[in-house]
Design a protein around this ligand. Structure first.
Ligand SMILES: Nc1ncnc2[nH]cnc12
Ligand SMILES: [Zn+2]
Length: 322
């Protein structure tokens, strides 16, 4: 039981949080045939590549500023209802461009959703602009330039997601330079689909304060020590890792080992309905599948606040709410 615990989430893709019921309604509204990707109330995919394809198709069912406001508000309301005080949403203005809505209208819709949710529950939220590797380095640079120029106080970070097997981190270094120069927090997907080398690449090239997943660092114990020494925070998403078969089961998932080795870890849901999970379930798994005490879970939540891409007064206000 973790319902009494305050919660923080650093790693959730906005479109990846789309409830299947809402996506069905959206697809009906726009007369989109989504039956290959959503059947029986469940998103349909069978491996990482088909998951990404399904994710992109589902995203296409959200088309207007109001659609993004509703999607954001719906997810943040769900988080607030389980005691979540802070959420970082991974968003893709580039996707807004691709669907013809435009990056500004996409972001404005998301910001409206953040404001609506905050007015109801006081949940704090920030946006991490992401580039997606499978759309190529130029599109990732475009995403970084957008984030850098936006001067939107809710946009506080930059991420790189998508097909991890596409190119090496160095191909995307320029995008991270742009984001770093703009003062954005840096995080990057690594060590999820690819092995420990991708985490080492991320540390060498990007020097991020956080890594999305990073769990396959466990394949190289020197690298685990490096993560612990640097204080790099891992945004660990156990349910996602099991759904994508990164590890066969929770017993072989390295969350406990990483934490015991001194690596700073947090827990998140990634793309919850795609992976049959939720932040509530991830906290329950931390207690039941991993055997963490309330104190250990609170420690991970505090790590999340320490690593959050927020200004210091906001960070202190979040600590005060713990
Ligand atoms: N788990 C994941 N890894 C990489 N890119 C993603 N985009 C959405 N979810 C993702
Ligand atoms: Zn992710």
């Amino acid at each position: 039981m973790t319902s009494h615990l305050k919660k923080v989430e650093l790693h959730c893709h906005l479109e990846g949080a789309a409830p299947p019921t809402l996506t069905v309604a959206q697809a009906r509204k726009y007369n989109i045939d989504i039956s290959h990707y959503l059947a029986g109330g469940t998103y349909v995919w069978h491996d990482f590549a088909s998951f990404l394809e399904c994710y992109d198709k589902v995203s296409e069912a959200y088309k207007t500023e109001e659609d993004y406001a509703l999607l954001t508000e719906t997810y943040l309301d769900e988080l607030a209802a389980i005691g979540t005080i802070y959420s970082e949403l991974i968003v893709s203005p580039d996707h807004g461009k691709r669907i013809g809505l435009g990056a500004d209208a996409y972001i404005e819709g998301v910001c409206e959703g953040v404001r609506r949710a905050k007015a109801k529950s006081d949940i704090e939220a920030r946006l991490i602009v992401t580039g997606e590797r499978h759309f190529g380095p130029e599109s990732v640079i475009g995403a970084a330039e957008y984030a850098a120029k936006a001067k939107n106080p809710l946009i506080t970070g930059f991420n790189l997601a998508g097909e991890e097997r596409m190119g090496r981190v160095a191909d995307y270094a320029r995008a991270f330079d742009i984001a770093r120069d703009a003062g954005l927090g840096l995080t990057i997907h690594a060590g999820e689909v690819c092995g420990a080398f991708s985490v080492a690449d991320a540390l060498d090239v990007v020097r991020p304060s956080r890594i999305g997943h990073g769990v396959r660092a466990i394949e190289d114990l020197d690298l685990v020590k490096r993560l612990a020494d640097l204080g790099t925070v891992l945004e660990v998403c156990p349910g996602s890792n099991i759904a994508l078969n990164v590890f066969p089961d929770f017993a072989s998932h390295p969350l406990r080992k990483l934490k015991a080795s001194g690596v700073r870890v947090t827990i998140s849901s990634d793309d919850p309905p795609f992976f049959h999970t939720s932040l509530k379930r991830e906290y329950e798994l931390a207690a039941d599948a991993f055997g963490f005490s309330d104190a250990a879970i609170n420690e991970m939540t505090r790590t999340g606040i320490e690593a959050a891409f927020v200004d210091e007064p906001t960070r202190q206000a979040l600590f005060a709410r713990m």
